[in-house]
Design a protein around this ligand. Structure first.
Ligand SMILES: [Zn+2]
Length: 383
């Protein structure tokens, strides 16, 4: 809890909700003073075994039946600084924030970076993996989080989501001694690279599970461009990944399902009339496979549109668990779309997590792993 507050992370735990439950096994305080003006009284509570209901009553946040005045309420557990929200334990503080227009609220975890990272590294990588792979993961996750915080956090009341949309955060249940070692042994370390204005700064250290043999240029997936994110050969993940994940099985989706999902995510596609064909466009070609980076959609009225292949994939399968990557061939069979020759898992940009484990097994240190997957970057300590 002693890290400089500027590095604390605001994680969006629950988004736009009407009720949730809170349990705190230590004594705690609650304040609804938005400026944390210590002259205003905060409410003190003893530990309460039973979960308390949090909801809005007459537009006010109420916790265990007790209303609070302001739109922002912060709950501060005492040592060991842990609270339980809807059955999940998290470290740090809990902020509740009302959306006055919709009668709902957000639950945001205010957490020191190392406690946040323990909940991320343990969710993103098995804790029995090589310590150097875990350390590489910790540095990549720290850099990524601080980049997202800096890039987007100033314009909103939270920094990062707890899902794979950013990086998975599971709080205390993801922690173990091995995970804490990887986080503490790299405390304050981030990756930097030269930016377009010649300064040195952090960059979005994307990572994904199994690259399939070559990582992808970020410009093709996320649309941003950094020297360490242009893609490297990866001979390491194939030996680490389970064969059924490295080569994923053929899957089919009904045409009506595919079209519905696409229109849900991209309503503008209505201008194509009926979507009559889906074609690969502009693949990245590697030694023994191609990754689709763009997909062309043809409409019944002769118009067409192009989506990034990664956006197409997540529109059809938001979990990414079936359509695991954009390395596939797509063929129409009757009223179904068949995705075959699937390979890899995830967007493929930046560090390949299975590849990192492969390098660590060969005795490579975290620094070597990171400069391999993010060439042109270097590690610095910022706190
Ligand atoms: Zn790989």
């Amino acid at each position: 809890m002693d890290t400089d507050p500027q590095f604390w992370v605001r994680v969006l735990l629950l988004d736009d909700i009407e009720t949730c439950t809170l349990k705190i096994e230590s004594s705690f305080s609650i304040t609804d003073d938005p400026n944390l003006n210590t002259q205003l009284p905060t409410s003190r509570f003893d530990a309460i075994d039973a979960p308390m209901n949090i909801q809005l009553v007459n537009g006010q946040i109420t916790i265990g039946g007790r209303p609070f005045m302001n739109d922002e309420v912060i709950v501060y557990p005492d040592e060991p600084y842990i609270f339980n929200l809807d059955g999940q334990y998290y470290r740090g503080k809990l902020k509740l924030l009302i959306h006055p227009e919709s009668g709902s609220f957000d639950a945001i975890n205010l957490v020191p970076p190392e406690a946040y990272l323990a909940g991320v590294v343990g969710a993103e990588m098995p804790d029995h993996w090589e310590p150097e792979a875990l350390k590489a993961q910790a540095i990549a996750a720290r850099t990524y989080c601080l980049y997202i915080k800096k890039r987007f956090g100033t314009n909103r009341k939270w920094d990062i989501r707890k899902t794979a949309a950013h990086q998975v955060y599971r709080g205390v249940r993801a922690e173990s001694a091995e995970i804490w070692n990887s986080v503490n042994q790299t405390k304050g370390q981030v990756l930097v690279c030269t930016q377009t204005d010649d300064t040195e700064d952090i960059f979005p250290t994307y990572y994904s599970s199994i690259c399939g043999g070559h990582t992808e240029n970020s410009i093709n997936v996320f649309g941003d461009s950094f020297e360490p994110l242009t893609g490297v050969d990866c001979p390491y993940c194939r030996k680490v990944a389970k064969p059924k994940f490295f080569f994923w099985p053929k899957i089919e989706f009904d045409n009506t399902y595919v079209v519905r999902r696409l229109l849900q995510r991209y309503p503008n596609l209505k201008q194509l009339g009926k979507i009559i064909n889906i074609e690969p466009e502009l693949p990245s070609n590697y030694k023994d496979f191609s990754r689709l980076t763009k997909i062309k959609l043809l409409g019944s009225n002769g118009k067409s549109d192009i989506l990034r292949a990664e956006d197409f994939r997540l529109a059809i399968d938001p979990t990414g668990r079936k359509l695991k990557s954009t390395i596939f061939q797509i063929v129409k069979r009757g009223d179904k779309w068949e995705f075959s020759s699937g390979r890899g898992w995830g967007h493929g940009v930046g560090m390949c997590q299975c590849g990192a484990q492969g390098m660590a097994r060969k005795g490579q240190k975290a620094k070597k792993i990171l400069t391999y997957y993010y060439p042109g970057s270097k590690i610095i300590s910022i706190y």
